[in-house]
Design a protein around this ligand. Structure first.
Ligand code: FE
Length: 131
């Protein structure tokens, strides 16, 4: 069980840019091909921009052609949580940081084998730590 971090909206706003607040705390989506990491190929770990929780390994990153950083799986199963998202007339699975509930993106079933998952994640939700 991951210990939760809970902060008031004002506190998040003090430590994040307005774009990061919009995406992580208000479930926004950055435009494709606009973020820092969709075309980023360094070796390391992607962490939550809000709380530093380790979320994804660069070894699991793949080029999905969507313009968003895409991963086959989370770093650890307990790194993220899932929630059904029926907004925008779609049925999707939202991916959140398990520690601070930051909105990260969505997961789809059209990823590469063997997992077959595509974690479609906003760059604005992530920070990168080189290995
Ligand atoms: Fe977090």
């Amino acid at each position: 069980m991951v210990e939760k971090i809970v902060k008031f909206e004002d506190d998040w706003a003090k430590q994040l840019t307005s774009e990061q607040v919009l995406i992580t705390r208000k479930k926004g989506t950055e435009p494709p091909f606009s973020g820092r990491y969709w075309n980023h190929h360094e070796d390391g770990v992607y962490v939550c921009v809000c709380c530093g929780n380790e979320l994804f390994d660069s070894r699991d990153k793949f080029d999905s052609g969507t313009g968003w950083p895409s991963f086959k799986k989370p770093l650890r199963p307990e790194s993220v949580e899932f929630r059904e998202d029926t907004s925008h007339f779609m049925r999707r699975v939202e991916v959140l940081c398990a520690r601070c509930d930051a909105h990260l993106g969505h997961v789809f079933d059209d990823g590469p084998p063997p997992e077959g998952k595509r974690y479609c994640i906003n760059s604005a939700s992530l920070d990168f730590r080189a290995r």
